[in-house]
Design a protein around this ligand. Structure first.
Ligand SMILES: Cc1cc2nc3c(=O)[nH]c(=O)nc-3n(C[C@H](O)[C@H](O)[C@H](O)COP(=O)(O)OP(=O)(O)OC[C@H]3O[C@@H](n4cnc5c(N)ncnc54)[C@H](O)[C@@H]3O)c2cc1C
Length: 318
């Protein structure tokens, strides 16, 4: 059976949810080899062994975090050239896409980004032009390198005992001119205990309709264990950080539930959230375009609707 590489996203000893999705897709294509850069394997291996992974390839020897994507891409490209896997799958984060692009250039391979599904024949599905068009495409040259949006597929759990392969790399192995920028310091973003936007299975977002008061949006998010998103109108106004912006020029999300509060549903916002599985919209304008997209629409003032919804959910949870 052919070998498929997936790149393992991990932070603080926790494997990202999206890795389970990559593994689920990779299993359709072949045996899954998980590439781990700089990880504590005693902590990561138990998490990976629930995902049906056959092999863990640990790349160590240099601190990849010291560099931008250049060093990771060089190490991965070298492995791809040596092993010629059937495909390399990476999560569609900004860093993931940068690594994918660099590996594609270095291995003279084709790349598809932001796929929402990939079948056994390596045909990728993308949702483009704000979700108005679905594209099916296949890489025709080299090793298919495909990035997958988080929350696109249901994870299939399968217990395995992966074999461990260690690959030592040294700084001297690398083409210094292509390492990318050197990271001089890292400041962890303050997350406030809520899930990361692109990883969250539930997102509650606020727009201009909040008039700058995100308290009811955050309260609902907290009872649902959700991440908080925002429209560009809200982030441009300085009401919420730009890192929470959903849309064409913000983050692309695909949660199980997306609650849009006081958001009109402009095409640029929809581009970032319309592959969500269930969309609920709260807007006081019955003609707001967001209702064309919503599975459930509530015409009303968010300052009246959200506290009631939050209280009701709290009651049900008690
Ligand atoms: C190149 C480009 C890129 C862009 N990228 C993005 C992007 O990434 N993300 C993004 O979001 N936008 C983006 N935009 C901006 C986009 O076009 C819209 O301007 C923006 O999404 C509007 O945000 P909004 O829905 O919060 O505000 P509005 O369009 O002003 O809508 C506010 C809504 O709130 C409702 N409302 C008001 N008060 C209440 C209340 N009390 N209760 C309930 N409902 C209420 C109103 O009826 C209205 O429908 C981009 C634009 C351009 C040109």
């Amino acid at each position: 059976m052919s070998q498929v590489f997936i790149l393992v996203d991990h932070a603080h000893g926790k494997v990202a949810h999206s890795v389970g999705e990559l593994a689920t897709i990779a299993k359709r294509i072949g045996d899954v080899s998980a590439l781990v850069l700089n990880g504590d394997l005693s902590v990561l291996t138990p998490q990976l062994s629930h995902l049906g992974i056959s092999e863990i390839i640990s790349l160590s020897g240099i601190n990849f975090e010291k560099y931008s994507a250049g060093a990771s891409a060089q190490a991965i490209a070298q492995l791809v050239s040596e092993k010629s896997p059937a495909a390399l799958l990476i999560t569609s984060t900004a860093r993931g896409k940068e690594i994918a692009a660099r590996v594609a250039v270095r291995t003279n391979s084709g790349i598809i980004t932001d796929a929402i599904d990939i079948d056994a024949a390596l045909i990728a599905t993308q949702s483009i032009f704000g979700g108005s068009t679905t594209v099916h495409s296949k890489v025709g040259h080299g090793t298919p390198i495909i990035t997958l949006r988080s929350n696109s597929v249901e994870i299939e759990v399968a217990a395995t005992t992966p074999i461990l392969t260690e690959v030592k790399v040294a700084e001297s192995d690398f083409d210094a001119s292509r390492l990318g920028d050197k990271v001089v310091s890292i400041t962890e973003a303050v997350t406030g205990g809520r899930p990361e936007l692109t990883e969250a299975s539930v997102i509650v977002s606020g727009g201009r309709g909040t008039n700058g008061d995100f308290a009811p949006v955050e309260a609902l998010a907290d009872v649902l264990g959700a991440a908080v998103g925002a429209s560009r109108a809200a982030t441009d106004a300085g009401w919420y950080p730009h890192s929470h912006q959903v849309g064409q020029t913000g983050k692309t999300v695909s949660p199980s539930l997306y609650v849009a509060c006081g958001i009109s549903g402009a095409i640029q916002h929809r581009a970032g959230m319309q592959t969500s599985k269930l969309i609920v919209a709260i807007n006081k304008d019955p003609d707001a375009p967001i209702f064309d997209l919503a599975d459930l629409g509530i015409v009303g003032d968010l300052f009246a609707v959200l506290p009631q919804a939050t209280a009701e959910i709290q009651l049900k949870k008690a």
